[in-house]
Each structure stands twice: as structure tokens, then as C-alpha cells.
Design a protein around this ligand. Structure first.
Ligand SMILES: Cc1cc2nc3c(=O)[nH]c(=O)nc-3n(C[C@H](O)[C@H](O)[C@H](O)COP(=O)(O)OP(=O)(O)OC[C@H]3O[C@@H](n4cnc5c(N)ncnc54)[C@H](O)[C@@H]3O)c2cc1C
Length: 412
């Protein structure tokens, strides 16, 4: 991934041997350059704003996440003009979704709705750089390997930039808006003390590994306190995942010699039909995952700052909707910031509207996710899965009907 910066406004010269503090400027500095941050930067850059993306990671790199994209997220990739690039990357289009439980087996073809008739599960090592390249192609800048430490405020407490460092020393960015797209542990959310506005108990754990094989469908397998499945991805591999209550994942981990052995036991005990199809020699990665997944919304914005993606809204991975949430909220936020940048008098209305729309559009999937993560009995679990499909379809319909944010540069 190339990095570029052309606006080093000035260098603060240290009198005695200390490293120079570089000072950059931008209309918007976006901290975090994956689904939420790169998506927001792309749309703001297309609207003609000067956007600087900062990320402490370098790219391409992986992150802890499985990566199915729901129809709602697929609609966003299509509307942003990026769907062809993701398919061209070798992520296999998936046209069949299966569901197995003690109540029976269901297989359905992905219907052609809102311009989408297949789903994708691209590796994050591939998806995130596609978003970043599109943002760069629209004029945004990206500095990777830059860790942001804090926000900078003016005399009235308004956020006016960030303080960061990289291997070359300290860095300050002055900007009209700071966007925290820095994930669940968001430094920006902590720096601005963004309060939680909704909080539900965390309960779930998710683990996964990659297996070579002939995987063609998205598979879901419901067992006793285990919801597991298959997401076909690049390079003839599938992401095999298992969601469980946190307590069950911890118990298996304590009893096993390694995360790999614990994962194998979770699958063998809970979903033996899937486990027997997994040849251990076909495993191509270590097991990764998250043991405790919070469910909450944070205040989305304030004077000079906003949060997007996991930084502002987090839910259990059991519904596989975080990437799609990030794409939706990137667009809602980009439209709000464009309005506020063009007419500062609109700031409060625009940012309040962003939070209101985010919370409304996320609400149904959030409620369903929180209940699924409690592992209700199978008939209720299946009923919630049907409600989830309906909620995702409603969201896809609403997103599909929206006007794209203003663009003055061509789609990358
Ligand atoms: C186990 C698991 C499975 C999941 N499965 C799915 C799934 O199948 N489908 C789905 O849609 N979602 C899934 N999700 C959710 C999804 O991964 C997230 O919702 C999504 O990654 C959020 O994107 P983001 O851009 O908000 O944050 P992130 O992807 O977390 O990116 C944040 C970025 O900010 C950077 N950063 C953080 N702090 C700083 C700092 N101080 N300075 C500079 N940079 C910083 C990080 O380096 C990182 O690159 C899953 C999550 C987990 C944990």
C-alpha cells in the first residue's frame, strides 16, 4: 500500500536534538483506514474535501474478523462502484445459503434484489486495500504506521485535530473534523469521552480458521449452544467459524492444549455434521477470534468529532453484519460531514441526524443480534434468523433507494 502526504504545512524545529514535530492539515482526518474509515474517506474525497487517513497498521494486513458481506453491504459496494473490483480480486461469488439444525435442512438461492444476486466473503487483506485504493484514487491521502494518541482541542474545547507518532517521530494534524474509525477499542472515543447511549450485556465468543477444500455455499449449522458455518473465500479456502456463549468457549479453551484443539472440540461437540467434513491437514491458518463481544452504541458525534464503524457501534459477530454496518454508517457520516463542511451553520443538525439515522437503521439487526447471542432454543433461533433476513432486506432496500452523497470527483 502506498502512502502519501503532500501537505506538510510546517515543521516545528526543536532546539536540541529532539525529533521534529511534523504538522499536517486536512479538512477531515480519519483515524482508522479499514471498512469504516476508508469508506468515509472515499465518499468525502469524492465530494471534493481534503481527507487524510491515518492508521497504525500497515497494509495489506489482516484483522480479527470473519468477513461475509450481507446484502446490505453488497448494495453499498455496488452503489460505490467497488463490487467489480472485489469480484476481480478472486473472492468467489456465492449464490447458495444453507441452514442445518435439528429442525431440518434448508437451502436457498440468493435472490436477485436491489441489484445484488450473490454474496461475497473477501479476506480483509484484500477488501480493506480495495477501499483504501479507491479513497486514494479519489484524492484522499493515507499515512500508515501512524498511531494516534489523542485529540487536540481549541480554547473552547472543540476538537480541532489529533496528536500522533510514527517511526519518524511526533505528528500533529489540524483538521475541521476528526473521525474516529479506529475500531472497538477506539482511542478517539476515549479521548472525546463519548458516552455509551445503549448498552446490552456482552455474551458471545467467535472463533475461526481457514480450510482448503471445495466450498461453494455459505453454510450455517445450529447445534447445542454452537452456531457455526462456512464462508467460501479467496484461494480455494473457506473461513470455518463457530459462535458460542463466551463461557463455553472459555471452558473448551481451558480443557484443551491449544486454541486449535479447543476449536476442533467446539465443532465436534456442537456441530458434528460440519466437524466430520473438516480434514485437519486442510487447515491453512491458526485459530483466531474474540472471546467477549460487547453490544453497545456510543454518542456518534460532537463539536469537531464523529465516530463511525465499530468505534461508535458494536454488536456480537453472530449475525456477521459489522462490515455492512460500517459501510452504511460511512455513507451516513460522509453525507453529514459534507453538509457541515459546506455550511458550518448546519453542523448540529447534520451530526444529530447522523446519529439518529445510524441508530434507527441499525436498530432491528442490533436487537436480533443481541437475542441470537443468548442462544435461545432452536425454534426461536430459527425464527430470529428469518427476522434477520427480513431486516437485512429492508436495510438493503432503504440503502438502494438513497441518493449517493455528492461527488465532484469520478468514482475510482
Ligand atoms: C470474530 C469476528 C468475526 C466477525 N465476522 C464478521 C463477518 O463475518 N461479517 C461482518 O460484516 N462483520 C464481521 N465482524 C465485524 C467486523 O470485523 C467489524 O465490524 C469491522 O471490522 C469494523 O470495521 P471498522 O473499520 O469500524 O474497524 P476495524 O476493522 O477494527 O479497523 C480499525 C482500524 O483502526 C486502526 N486503529 C485503531 N486504533 C488506532 C490508533 N490509535 N491510531 C491509528 N490507527 C488506529 C486499526 O489499526 C484498524 O486498522 C466480525 C468481528 C469479529 C471480532
Amino acid at each position: 500500500m502506498s502512502t502519501a502526504s503532500h501537505s506538510v504545512a510546517r515543521r516545528v524545529t526543536a532546539a536540541s536534538g529532539h525529533r521534529l514535530e511534523r504538522v499536517l492539515t486536512a479538512d477531515v482526518v480519519v483515524v482508522g483506514a479499514r471498512c469504516a474509515g476508508a469508506g468515509t474517506a472515499l465518499l468525502l474525497a469524492r465530494a471534493g474535501h481534503d481527507v487524510l487517513l491515518l492508521d497504525r497498521a500497515t497494509f495489506p494486513s489482516d484483522t480479527v474478523s470473519t468477513h461475509v458481506i450481507a446484502r446490505s453491504g453488497m448494495v453499498q459496494l455496488r452503489r460505490w462502484g467497488l463490487l467489480d473490483a472485489v469480484v476481480a480480486s478472486g473472492a468467489p461469488p456465492i449464490r447458495r445459503v444453507e441452514f442445518s439444525s435439528e429442525l431440518g435442512f434448508l437451502s436457498r438461492t440468493v435472490k436477485d434484489r436491489y441489484g445484488v444476486d450473490f454474496l461475497l466473503a473477501p479476506r480483509r487483506t484484500v477488501l480493506d486495500p480495495i477501499l483504501q485504493e479507491a479513497a486514494l484514487g479519489s484524492g484522499a491521502r493515507l499515512l500508515s504506521g501512524v498511531a494516534v494518541e489523542d485529540v487536540v482541542r481549541d480554547g473552547r474545547g472543540r476538537v480541532v485535530g489529533v496528536r500522533a507518532h510514527d517511526d519518524d517521530g511526533p505528528l500533529v494534524v489540524h483538521a475541521r473534523y476528526v473521525v474516529g474509525a479506529d475500531g472497538l477499542g477506539s482511542r478517539i472515543a476515549r479521548s472525546v469521552r463519548a458516552p455509551l447511549t445503549v448498552e446490552r450485556a456482552p455474551s458471545g465468543a467467535a472463533q475461526y480458521a481457514y480450510y482448503a477444500g471445495d466450498w461453494t455455499a455459505i453454510e450455517h449449522h445450529l447445534g447445542d449452544d454452537v452456531f457455526a458455518g462456512v464462508f467460501p473465500t479467496h484461494d480455494g479456502q473457506a473461513c470455518i467459524w463457530a459462535c458460542t456463549p463466551e463461557s463455553l468457549a472459555r471452558a473448551h479453551r481451558r480443557a484443551a492444549a491449544s486454541p486449535e484443539e479447543a476449536f476442533a472440540r467446539v465443532l465436534a461437540d456442537g456441530v458434528p455434521g460440519l466437524a466430520t467434513r473438516l480434514d485437519p491437514s486442510a487447515r491453512r491458518s491458526p485459530v483466531r477470534g474474540m472471546l467477549r463481544m460487547p453490544n453497545h452504541f456510543r454518542r456518534a458525534a460532537g463539536p469537531g468529532w464523529a465516530l463511525v464503524g465499530d468505534a461508535g457501534y458494536h454488536r456480537d459477530a453472530i449475525t456477521g453484519h459489522g462490515i455492512s454496518d460500517a459501510f452504511r454508517d460511512a455513507e451516513l457520516l460522509a453525507a453529514a460531514l459534507d453538509e457541515a463542511l459546506c455550511d458550518p451553520g448546519c453542523e448540529t443538525d447534520a451530526l444529530t441526524g447522523y446519529e439518529r439515522d445510524r441508530d434507527r437503521m441499525a436498530g432491528d439487526v442490533f436487537d436480533i443480534t443481541c437475542e441470537l447471542a443468548t442462544f435461545p432454543e432452536p425454534s426461536r433461533f430459527v425464527e430470529l434468523q428469518k427476522r434477520l433476513a427480513g431486516a437485512i432486506d429492508d436495510l438493503a432496500a432503504e440503502l438502494s433507494a438513497r441518493s449517493l452523497p455528492r461527488a465532484v470527483t469520478a468514482a475510482a
